[in-house]
Design a protein around this ligand. Sequence first.
Ligand SMILES: [Zn+2]
Length: 399
Amino acid sequence: MKEIAPASKGYEEGVEAGRRVASSWKPSRLTLPEKWRAAATEAANICGAGRGDLSEILDNLERWSREDLLDYATDLHRRKVDAFPDLKTFPELEGMDQYVDEYPRGYAEGAGIDIREVHLERHYEEMFLLALGGGRRSVRNCSECYIPNTPNGPMLGLGRDDIMAWYTDDPFGVSWPNPVEEPHQITDPPASNPDFGICLATGGGALFEFEEDRGEAIFPAPVLSLVQDNCTTTEEAVDMLIRYNDYWGPCNCVIGDSQGNGALVEKSKYQYAVRTSKGEPVTSTYGGVEDEELPRLCDTDNPLFKYYQRRVRVMRQTLADGEANGGIDGEVFWKAMLNHDEKGAGCQHRETMPTGVELFTHVAYYVLPAEKRVFRRTIGRDNGRVLYPCEVPVVEVRT
Ligand SMILES: [Zn+2]
């Protein structure tokens, strides 16, 4: 484990960040009640409204004004800060209560905006899920894989699917997506002294429809960055993720280190299951769960759960075939992540998705942490036609 200094200077950092957006700030579209209604209507099952009466949910959303949302977010912020846990168990959080409280104050002053806007921006997702009245507790829809032994060292890959409503008011129209990203020469060399400890990616997870929410405010511990900053091995990362179980997710987390140790944490809001591997790929996607116990919390008849079972099997088979045919490289990764299997495509085209899987794939990428290189394929627009990640060139980017 590395030694990390306690959090401090929340106010100062907030002011600085606020000043950067002072002239251009406007409320995020994700904090607008009409956007919440659009998302719930477009993708009722994915949002977790599948078990509830959609018209009732929309009626409830109709009653929330934006003023209500701002007030609720402010109250939620206070309750979260008040729920600061004991530092004996969570020493990495030292100073964080003050930081989390001061940053919004600084940001609001720097940007010249109502502090309630900063709270709403921070908590909109939790509030949206609450407004849906139960069911899914995560809106992240990502697939992840860690491959320990490519010709370029370990690889961490991710594919991201989402609901269209979050992105634009002009679905697949002229304003979004951006034109197709073209490959270009990267001249700056990768950093010469890579400091690769662990890599991790989160996203996805099952719906966990049957898990009752306890309704407690939870301190907003930045668990994933704490793990990334403090841990150097997969074992350390898994220990820390378990210790902080109450403070992250529900979502899956794939972890890998430079020694070829991989792990997958599958997680509902309160429960988790861990699988580890040595020298083998670890793969996960959203909508379902592999552990034996956790499916008891899930509606396994949900179309998304069934889709998951097929999808993850195809991904794993593609990686296994790649391994058997000379090893896994970027090409094999793209095949695994962006295949078009009839009943469980990795690359999801909006036009061909089955009922209940209201998602499309907008980006996939992989990171080679030892080489500090990133390759990605992002949805693009070409003469009015939308090109999915499978149809666009691979572009190397520096982050
Ligand atoms: Zn495709």
